[in-house]
Design a binder for this molecule. Structure first.
Ligand SMILES: [Cu+2]
Length: 367
């Protein structure tokens, strides 16, 4: 009986250790960490959960910094392409991986060659939950705190392709001389694998910056969108956190900012007002009015509307089409349309930020 149990266990073990996913780039902390580096398996792909702060923060890789001068570049107003994979050998950096090149010759976008998609916690494209990049305008990895990270880009169809685009807001200011600190965050859906989350820190630098307006102080994201699984049929837009938002710190023993249960994971999607693409409203001047969110609050008023978001107005009542995560969200505030959210396509159009042409709100409303 015991022998049989052992056989079963050893049969399934390889599947378990080959799963998960990480952001891979030489700018990351822990780029060269392998299974033996720590007295526990602390490879970048290993999920973080139920851990003390120093064990989950930056994946406990602060003592394994990148080479000096190595940054992940964030071109303002354009996409930065990251590599996300379940093993370093499945990325362009296979040279320094334990097992060598395991990239899929037939599909360069394969996140986890020779594994089912459940290895990276999805049952299919309709089950991806999104991931995010966050930034802090400091170079000092010993000083940075969880509250200092702001999510600046979301890819809602993540983890699905090894090459994953993160659109960078056009108004991102330049980093300090030593660069910025960034991190990749991912929480998968509840349907494929036990709950866990992911964080990989890295050094980053904004290039082609055209604005010096700082980011607003990031706040904790709020669950405000519809949610069929939990029988919430409607979005409650006034209950969302707008402007700069912190990443989710969840499922660890210390310093969490989210307290959702196993089957309601906080995910980087519309439900938490993390729209797909560049997070264009994260700056100090992004809003003229930003009331504290609640189910009965007024909606925030965007400043500088033409530049920040290409407004798309509609008379329809708000109801998010769950089946299409890219669907436009229409907010009907009955008398005025105030917070405007646009589709992925619209927001990714190149825009000019040089002229601060402020549209009067009456103009917008009367459209
Ligand atoms: Cu996992």
């Amino acid at each position: 009986m015991l022998a049989r149990l052992f056989l079963i266990t050893s049969f399934f073990l390889p599947l378990l250790v080959s799963a998960h996913s990480a952001f891979w780039h030489p700018s990351m902390f822990g780029f060269d960490v392998v299974a033996e580096t720590f007295d526990y398996d602390n490879r970048p792909v290993v999920p973080i959960k139920n851990m003390e702060f120093n064990k989950w923060w930056f994946h406990n890789h602060l003592d394994h910094p990148p080479q000096p001068g190595v940054f992940f570049e964030l071109p303002a107003g354009q996409a930065a392409t990251a590599e996300i994979a379940c093993n370093k050998g499945a990325t362009s950096y296979f040279n320094s991986s334990e097992g060598g090149d395991i990239r899929d010759p037939n599909n360069p976008n394969n996140v986890c060659p020779n594994s089912p998609t459940t290895a990276y916690h999805t049952n299919g494209l309709d089950d991806v939950a999104g991931c995010a990049l966050a930034i802090s305008y400091t170079s000092d990895e010993r000083a940075i705190q969880p509250k200092d990270f702001t999510v600046f880009s979301v890819n809602q169809t993540c983890v699905w392709t090894r090459f994953t685009d993160f659109h960078v807001p056009a108004r991102m200011p330049a980093c300090p001389p030593g660069g910025c600190l960034c991190a990749f965050f991912w929480v998968h859906n509840a349907d494929s694998g036990g709950e866990e989350n992911y964080m990989n820190g890295f050094r980053c630098n904004v290039t082609g910056s055209v604005s010096d307006v700082p980011l607003a102080t990031p706040k904790v994201p709020r669950r405000c969108g519809s949610d069929d699984a939990n029988r919430k049929a409607f979005d409650v837009p006034s209950n969302c956190t707008y402007s700069a938002k912190q990443p989710f710190y969840w499922f660890n023993n210390e310093r969490n900012n989210m307290f959702e249960g196993d089957y309601s994971p906080p995910t980087y999607g519309d439900r938490y007002n993390f729209l797909d693409g560049a997070q264009d409203d994260i700056f100090e001047d992004s809003y003229d009015d930003l009331p504290d969110p609640s189910p009965t609050s007024a909606l925030p008023i965007l400043s500088n509307i033409t530049d920040q978001l290409t407004a798309s107005l509609s008379n329809l009542p708000s109801l998010l089409d769950l089946t299409d995560s890219l669907a436009r969200r229409n907010f009907d505030n009955s008398t005025e349309y105030r917070a405007l959210v646009t589709s992925r396509e619209r927001r990714r159009r190149p825009r000019r930020y040089s002229t601060p042409s402020r549209l009067a709100h009456s103009q917008v409303v009367s459209k």
